[in-house]
Design a protein around this ligand. Structure first.
Ligand SMILES: Cc1cc2nc3c(=O)[nH]c(=O)nc-3n(C[C@H](O)[C@H](O)[C@H](O)COP(=O)(O)OP(=O)(O)OC[C@H]3O[C@@H](n4cnc5c(N)ncnc54)[C@H](O)[C@@H]3O)c2cc1C
Length: 292
């Protein structure tokens, strides 16, 4: 008989919690919906000396077929409020919620967040961005927590943002909440802008098939999607994974893709783009879990 779970559920398939719909089991899985839950889950993991993986929306992840050892904490703690030009959001707040709260308050400049899937915690971790803006432009500061439960406030500078990365990547530090800044404007303009960019996205991206957004970072002065398309790779498949016909920097799950299929297809794309254009594409998607 297996040992009882200290908390949460055992062997939860991560394919249920990632936008790409692939990924093997987490040893333990717990969903948190409040600050107390989040802090409590981190404390229990510490007592049991288990590594933590903080899951936001699961929209930038390739989780291995072998899954994740330790505890996956799914952050569903969503709370956002406005004071003046500042929106304070709990780390599990969906980006769309942050954008909507700002728009309702007549603030402008955060509309781009409405169409970036995932949570503000994930966006701070990876400096998510779209339509010419990125998290680093909006952030004022973030409250952080280390695995021992200590918390502190990090300024924008401390967060070490660069293109699709921050100083938090590769560390076990958890974003607890973030404060972002917007400009005073009006609600109608913000709502109109959100609709415009949502339409633009729906036109360009294969949103009907499971995917994980851009697979590769754009190399300096170019676009990963352009390079992949120029290499004739649209529609190329490995198992159930396929380079989208609609947007060449997306890999879609056609139904039964495994993480290995996606990984192999990524390698194939990297190889063929390198041969054709000499450019090494760097993954934007984060590979997590146990890989062979
Ligand atoms: C259709 C589609 C379109 C997309 N478009 C864009 C786009 O335009 N621009 C863009 O930048 N990205 C885009 N993405 C990728 C993705 O939405 C972003 O990277 C997003 O910020 C990931 O957030 P998440 O909450 O889903 O993080 P997850 O995928 O759950 O996790 C990503 C990383 O962040 C860490 N993390 C999550 N929450 C926290 C926290 N509270 N504290 C510390 N670390 C944390 C995780 O541990 C992991 O390392 C797109 C994805 C999809 C599916």
């Amino acid at each position: 008989m297996s040992a009882p779970a200290p908390f949460g559920v055992r062997d939860e398939p991560m394919s249920r919690h990632t936008s790409l719909r692939v990924g093997g089991p987490a040893d333990f899985f717990v969903r948190v919906a409040s600050e107390d839950d989040l802090r409590g889950a981190v404390a229990v993991a510490r007592q049991h000396q288990m590594p933590i993986f903080l899951l936001g929306g699961g929209t930038n992840l390739l989780v291995s077929d072998k899954g994740i050892r330790g505890v996956v904490i799914e952050n569903a703690w969503s709370e956002a409020s406005v004071e003046g030009r500042i929106v304070t959001a709990s780390s599990g707040s969906p980006m769309a919620h942050v954008a909507a709260v700002a728009a309702r308050a007549g603030l402008l400049g955060l509309e781009w967040m409405a169409t970036v899937p995932g949570t503000i915690g994930g966006a701070v971790h990876g400096n998510a961005g779209a339509f010419g803006s990125e998290t680093a432009d909006a952030i004022v500061d973030a409250e952080l927590m280390d695995p021992s439960g200590d918390t502190w406030v990090a300024s924008k500078e401390d967060l070490g943002f660069a293109y699709r990365t921050s100083a938090l990547q590769g560390t076990p530090i958890v974003v607890v909440r973030a404060r972002v800044e917007a400009a005073v404007g009006d609600r109608e303009t913000a709502v109109r802008r959100i609709k415009e960019i949502a339409n633009e996205r729906a036109r360009k991206q294969p949103l009907a098939q499971p995917n994980t957004g851009s697979i590769f970072r754009n190399p300096p002065g170019d676009f990963a999607g352009r390079l992949v398309e120029a290499a004739g790779l649209k529609g190329r498949r490995v198992g159930g994974a396929m380079v989208s016909e609609r947007h060449a920097n997306f890999i879609v799950n056609t139904g039964d893709a495994t993480a290995s299929d996606v990984r192999e297809l990524m390698r194939l794309v990297q190889r063929e783009v390198k041969e054709r254009s000499g450019i090494e594409l760097v993954p934007e998607v984060e590979l997590v879990g146990e890989w062979p």
